[in-house]
Structures are given as C-alpha cells and as structure tokens.
Design a protein around this ligand. Structure first.
Ligand code: GLN
Length: 472
C-alpha cells in the first residue's frame, strides 16, 4: 500500500497543491479537532517558516519525500524557541534552545511542524490522562482513551491532524497508542535514533519513535531520522540500512515465530486475529512456528525497577534552580508534579537510597541482560516474532481490559529490541486490535518488510474507512 507521504509528495512535486495550501489545510483540521486535546501547542509560525523552506527545496530540486509534509512532535521532544512541557506543569514555561536531533533531521528535509502533542506527564502513564493539560480523547470513539503516553501523537495521526508524529517509547508508549488508534507505531532499536533533545524519563530505556497511518509512511520517516549522533553517548555507530526501497521484498523463506503462550494471555478476539496473521504469513511463504521467550514474564518487574529509579534521578533536575519554579521549600518547589510522577519519584528514590534496595536495581539490570540473552538465542532460530500489542481494544472508562497493559510491550523495551505495532483487524466493538512485530537489534528493515507484507495482503481491511475526514 502506498503511503500518504508518497501521495502528497507527488501532488506537491507536480504542483497540484502548494506546500502552503497543504499546511493551511492541516492547521484548519487541528482547529476542527480541538476537542480531542491532542495538541498542547499549535506552532503556526514555525509551520509557516518550515513551509517556506520546503518551497525553496522544491524550487531548487532538492526536495525529498518529507519536504512540505505536515507533522507533529510529542511535547517531550525539544523544539528551539517553542514551548516544550513534557505534559508537566513544572515545564509550563520551558522554551528549549535547541531542536531535538530527530526533529533537526526532519527539518533539514523540509518537514513542516504543526504542533506539539499532549502526553502523559514525563511519559509516565498508559492513557494520556496524567498531563497538566487534561486527557486526550481517542478520535475513533470519544469515550475511550487513545492509550499513552504518546496519546496526543496517535490521536493527531488517527484524526488526520498530522501525517505522522514523532513520539517516545520507554515501556510501550508508542506501540500502545498505535494499537488503540489503528495506526502504525515503530519503537526502533535503542540507540538507532538519537535521544538528544528528548526530555528524559528513563535513560536506559527511552527511545524516540514514529507513529503514522501506514507502514510505508513509518518507513519513509525512519530512514530520515535513523542517523548516528556524535553528541548522544548511546547513539549506535556504523551503517544504517535504508528501509523504504525494500518494503515489497516479501516474506518468502523468513522464519516467523508466533509467541503462543504470550498471545494466549490476550482477549479471545485479539488471539484470533494474531493467529490469522500467522496463517497469512504462512500463505505468503514464511515458515511459521510456535516459539517461547522463557524470561518474558519478568519484563514488567525489570521495567518498573529500572524506569522508576532512572526517573527519580532524571527528575532531580527540576529543583527550581536548574529547571522549574523555585518555591519556599523543597515541597513547594516540587509542587508542580502530578500524583503519578510524585509516586514514581518516591518509589525510585526508595530503590536508590537504601543499601538493601539498591541491590534491587542491580538485580533488575542483571535480569535485563538475561532477558536480552534469551531473545538472542531465539533470534538464532527466527527472523521475526509476532505477538499482540495489547490485551484488547482501547478500554472504556472503568472497563478492565487494560489488564496486563504493559505485559505485551516491556519485554522488547528492556531488551532494547526494535518492535512495531500495527492494526491486525477489528473487534466486534468496532475498535482496532494491534499486532506487535519484533526483530533483532537494528533489523528495522525486516520488521517493516514483514509489516508491509501483511498490510498489503489485507488490502486496507485493517484500516478504518472514513476515519480520516479529508483526503487530497
Ligand atoms: N505505561 C508505561 C509507564 O507508564 C510506559 C510508558 C512509556 O513508555 N513512556 O511507565
């Protein structure tokens, strides 16, 4: 399936639409969809500056696929001179002096920034309701959450307010919202995309990733931001494989593992669709068999210990001297934090401050390596693993289907593996269900090729028709 980026690029290139009219159309759309609360800031001025630059690129014949394409950023990604809050009152007047490396890469290609997306405070949550700006609404059903913490990014893409969005994923924050909104979300290998300019939650686990409306759109953006950054200590050196040109290479001969015991923990409808996807891969020529990842069940605990202790030390900088408003006391100074963040700071500091508890952090790190090793062994036999992205669809308030919400996501997170969530079909309630595709380190090209093969075989059946209210 051709993505929206390629379609729009063609229209821009052939001068059937102008970059300015495209930008205006999207800015209008954002106004119409204000009740979704998907944006904390709309960046009209930046959008117009970016558009002018895109026009120049087209005039000079230096345009790329991303030139003039309207996009957004989760509000924990820095944008120079533009309010960047990470969904927190503590940063309600923070204007960074640099662009995040990933945004800088896109800007160079003429990407048009429409705005900054609402999110769970500092990326802590799974429903996009811990933001100081209030909860985000799922565009597919206003009673449901779009998931979190990159819920604003997912809602913006699913409602046609942005062609794509950069988000962040520490323990599922791109993949869960993608699953709940019927979009495609890629959490790349840890260190593939630079974390410079991403407001830190857990330095050992944070990754910048992409949410878009199709596999090819994710691939086009990934190729532009998948770059070594000498100013990020954890950026991976070495060659990066391009993904866009090889999407339709098919899955013949690939070894696909379906993680059955994990899949069996999901809702019956999810299970049914994941098994149907496995069958589709078999029909397309892949070798499909059942696989077990022995240490999978430990991932949630490993995640909790590492993420909270990292968060406690990363958030120590909001002390009213370096960042944040200074109050009369420590308590006053830290008053800007919401309840979820406070709870995690307390938990994290408890882990880091007592001798006995500190061993918990060490234990979690050892277990993290063990889990990564067990994946390594599995990837000696398989090219790709498939499993659900979530238990079921986005829940209604009070519904208990958020059960095991991190369970499907954290194993790839703590193992630093790339993984993608894509729609796999619909529930009887009309909402999308998600499939997760995981590969070995730096094998995003294989993930995207495998995802594309399924999307192609389903011929659009996995995407909601008419969800997008305007087309060009
Ligand atoms: N839901 C998880 C949490 O609240 C993951 C969040 C994330 O990936 N940023 O910690």
């Amino acid at each position: 399936m051709k993505g929206k980026i390629e379609k729009l690029h063609k229209l821009l290139k052939n001068k059937e639409i102008s970059p300015f009219s495209l930008t205006e159309k999207y800015l209008e759309r954002i106004k119409e969809e204000k009740p979704l609360n998907a944006f904390i800031t709309v960046t009209e001025k930046e959008a117009h500056e970016n558009t002018r630059y895109a026009e120049k690129l087209f005039d000079e014949g230096k345009d790329t696929l991303l030139s003039g394409i309207p996009m957004s950023l989760k509000d924990n990604l820095s944008s120079c001179g533009i309010l960047t809050t990470a969904g927190s009152n503590v940063l309600s007047d923070y204007y960074p002096v640099n662009d995040a490396h990933t945004y800088a890469c896109l800007k160079k290609e003429g990407a048009v920034l429409l705005g900054k997306n609402n999110m769970d405070e500092f990326g802590m949550g799974a429903s996009s309701d811990t933001s100081f700006k209030g909860a985000v609404i799922n565009p597919l059903d206003e009673k449901r959450s779009p998931g979190g913490s990159s819920g604003g990014s997912a809602a913006a893409v699913a409602s046609g307010c942005a062609v794509y969005s950069l988000g962040s994923d520490t323990g599922g924050s791109i993949r869960l919202p993608a699953s709940y909104t019927g979009t495609v979300g890629l959490c790349p290998t840890y260190g593939a995309l630079s974390r410079r300019g991403l407001i830190a939650h857990s330095s050992l686990l944070d990754r910048v990733g992409i949410i878009a409306g199709s596999v090819s759109d994710v691939s086009a953006v990934f190729d532009a931001v998948n770059r070594f950054d000498e100013r990020d200590m954890t950026s991976i050196k070495g060659d990066r494989k391009k993904t866009y040109g090889n999407l339709s290479d098919g899955v013949k001969g690939l070894k696909v593992g379906i993680i059955l015991d994990v899949t069996d923990k999901a809702h019956d409808e999810t299970k049914k669709h994941i098994k149907r996807a496995a069958e589709t891969y078999r029909l397309l020529g892949a070798e499909v068999s059942d696989v077990k990842v022995p240490a999978w069940d430990k991932a949630d605990e490993i995640y909790s210990v590492i993420a909270t202790s990292d968060a406690a030390s990363n958030l120590a900088r909001y002390d009213g001297v370096r960042y944040g408003e200074r109050g009369n006391s420590v308590v006053d100074t830290r008053e800007g934090f919401g309840d979820e963040v406070r709870m995690r700071i307390l938990l994290g500091n408890a882990i880091l401050t007592s001798e006995k508890e500190l061993s918990l952090r060490k234990k979690a790190e050892a277990e993290r390596c063990r889990l990564a090793e067990s994946f390594k062994e599995v990837f000696g036999r398989f090219d790709i693993l498939i499993s659900p992205s979530a238990f079921h669809t986005a829940p209604l308030p009070g519904e208990n289907t958020e059960l095991l919400k991190d369970y499907f996501l954290t194993a790839a997170s703590v193992s630093h593996l790339p993984s993608l969530s894509m729609p796999v079909g619909f529930s009887e309630n009309g909402m999308p269900l998600g499939m997760m595709i995981t590969a070995k380190w730096m094998n995003e090209d294989v993930i995207l090729r495998v995802a594309y093969a399924f999307e192609d075989a389903m011929q659009g059946e996995i995407y909601k028709k008419g969800a997008e209210k305007f087309e060009f």
